[in-house]
Design a binder for this molecule. Sequence first.
Ligand SMILES: Nc1ncnc2c1ncn2[C@@H]1O[C@H](COP(=O)(O)OP(=O)(O)O)[C@@H](O)[C@H]1O
Ligand SMILES: [Mg+2]
Length: 273
Amino acid sequence: MTPFPTVRVPSFAGGDRSEEIVLGHTPVIETESLTKRYGKEPVVDRLTLSITAGEIFGFLGPNGAGKTTTLLMLLGLSLPSSGTVSVLGRDPVKEPLEVKSHVGYLAENMGFYFDLSARDNLRYVAELNRLDGVDGRIDDCLKLLGLFGDGDKPVSAFSRGMRQRLGLAEVLLKDPLILFLDEPTLGLDPGGINTMLNFIVRLPSERGLTVILCSHLLHLVSRVAHRVGILRKGRLLAQGSVKSLAEKTGLPDDLEAIYGHYFREEEVPRRDS
Ligand SMILES: Nc1ncnc2c1ncn2[C@@H]1O[C@H](COP(=O)(O)OP(=O)(O)O)[C@@H](O)[C@H]1O
Ligand SMILES: [Mg+2]
């Protein structure tokens, strides 16, 4: 885990706002009793979260826990049933475009035009987002993700790892302040996972980004996250640094052990030897 950065970055652009976001200090995502119901059942249940600028927040929980639904509500793509949500001080329900312009969302399944080159895919996204003067930025993003030399190849020739990196290049194109990464290492080999994590871990200190990293791969999350939140059936069971959760539960300083504590009854049975 990297030390928590405490540098200042300029505030998100927007009208005459001129305050600064202070990494390690300014809350950039806040929810209060955020709830989403499909039918009667809540799939996100009274979620209260506060995430600070420059944090890598590991959002943990098994499939179906409500992680993606939460991200969609933070983006204004899904309407909350009740509760409040604020991203960069704005309500994503009322100002979805404003919020989306500052949040990069790497969805679980990024869609690309496979017969187009990586560069043309990025150009297309830049046009959709009405970004100006993007050719330089596209090159920068390709370089950042180690794809510059492959920029003119069709995406169909890309490995899964290269596509994931292209996905990250795409969401970084609009120079976001916040990144939502939904299972970014899914389907990657160990080398691809390492590349991805080494990249993610530098984003706060080098780019001033705040990151929510959704995953159920605990050992990966514990390598990069400053704090984690553990979600089960829509309820946030715990949030904090691994160290603070270890102190609270009396368990070793180990995310697997802590997570297991909250999912005891759902543990996979072990074979008697
Ligand atoms: N559009 C939808 N309509 C009905 N149920 C949904 C919808 N989207 C998600 N769900 C349900 O909400 C629960 C949480 O899903 P999700 O947020 O995708 O979980 P996670 O990302 O943690 O795997 C699941 O039980 C899922 O089936
Ligand atoms: Mg999901």
